[in-house]
Ligand binder design. Structure first.
Ligand SMILES: Nc1ncnc2c1ncn2[C@@H]1O[C@H](COP(=O)(O)OP(=O)(O)O)[C@@H](O)[C@H]1O
Ligand SMILES: [Mg+2]
Length: 313
């Protein structure tokens, strides 16, 4: 089942003050399967926060529809099953960790001993048990984000929206947040996160979307997005491999990259198999063959550049 179904959502911000209009999201469609982690990537201003706010009913779409957990986003009932960690959230710094959670717990209608138990459970989950009685002005950025996560999880939501959860957090703090999110996934929660930190998303998510200027320009698994189509790294044993391939076809690139490794580029799998046959028929032993990948960062940059170019045309 889909936890999120978005159908051609469009959001135009208009200002009555200077008549300026901003197309923040344009015909955005996407499905997110229940129990998975989805990462929405995009440069600043791409429209990521706008999308989360639309799905939460904080702002309203100009056009299009969306459902979360099978309810249309304007149905307020569904909010009790959703958690939200806003971007750059701020709590009053004179409060202690536990007091922040107590305040938010009461806001969502919890009270008494059941709230107390829940707060302790959440502090434990985000590794802040020892810090519950410390004023949050003494918290690091990573601790603040973990407290924010605890707050977003207080009502035991099935679907959790996190807006830039690891922004400004150091590598150890980021790892802690990742571990918490993976733990939540094991508990069958659906997580939708926005990030401009590509390496984070690469490590965490089942599927990613790349958003630029309000348009979804690509969607898929990290693997699908980063696979180079027909480029392979081969480890081989044998003499004259380069010469054998050179004589064969000038559309094939076969370059010695040292230590017995070769980089092979072909145009399709038929050609790949021909190369392998020729090598083997000439007594060359293929010890290893790995399809090459781009990093998510390479893909991200080239997709953004491509979409900007298209816009200029
Ligand atoms: N309340 C608003 N009024 C007018 N324009 C806005 C408002 N919020 C965001 N925008 C504009 O919409 C675009 C998308 O913003 P946002 O969703 O915050 O992007 P992101 O989260 O990807 O950085 C930007 O051009 C931003 O300036
Ligand atoms: Mg944002």
């Amino acid at each position: 089942m889909n936890a999120i179904e978005i159908n051609s959502l469009t959001k135009v911000y208009s200002s009555s003050f200077n008549k300026k209009q901003t197309m923040a999201l344009q015909n955005f469609s996407l499905n997110v399967t229940e129990g998975t982690i989805f990462g929405l990537l995009g440069p600043n201003g791409a429209g990521k926060t706008t999308l989360i706010k639309l799905l939460l009913g904080i702002i309203f779409p100009t056009n299009g529809t969306a459902k979360i957990l099978n309810y249309y986003i304007h149905e307020y009932k569904i909010k009790s099953r959703v958690g939200y960690l806003p971007e750059n959230h701020k709590y009053p710094s004179y409060l202690k960790g536990k007091e922040v959670l107590d305040f938010y717990g009461k806001l969502s209608g919890m009270s008494g001993s059941s709230l107390k138990i829940k707060i302790d459970e959440m502090l434990e989950l985000v590794n802040l048990s020892k810090w519950g009685k410390t004023k949050i002005k003494n918290y690091s950025k990573g601790m603040m984000q973990r407290l924010g996560l605890a707050q977003a999880l207080l009502n035991d939501p099935d679907l959790i929206f996190l807006d830039e959860p690891t922004d400004g957090v150091d590598p150890i703090g980021r790892k802690e947040i990742r571990d918490i999110l993976l733990n939540l996934k094991q508990r069958k929660k659906t997580i939708f996160l926005n990030s401009h930190l590509l390496s984070e998303v690469e490590l965490l998510t089942d599927r990613v979307g790349i958003l630029n200027k309000g348009k979804l320009i690509r969607e898929g698994t990290v693997n699908e997005l980063t696979q180079k189509k027909q480029e392979y790294k081969l480890s081989i044993e044998g003499e004259n491999a380069e010469q054998i391939i050179k004589d064969f076809d000038n559309r094939i690139s076969f370059v010695n990259s040292g230590n017995g490794y070769y980089n092979l580029k072909v145009s399709d799998s038929v050609q790949l198999n021909m190369v392998l046959d020729v090598l083997r028929n000439n007594g060359i032993i293929i010890k290893e063959m790995v399809q090459q990948k781009d990093s998510l960062e390479d893909i991200f940059i080239s997709l953004i550049q491509e979409s900007e170019k298209k816009e200029l045309q």
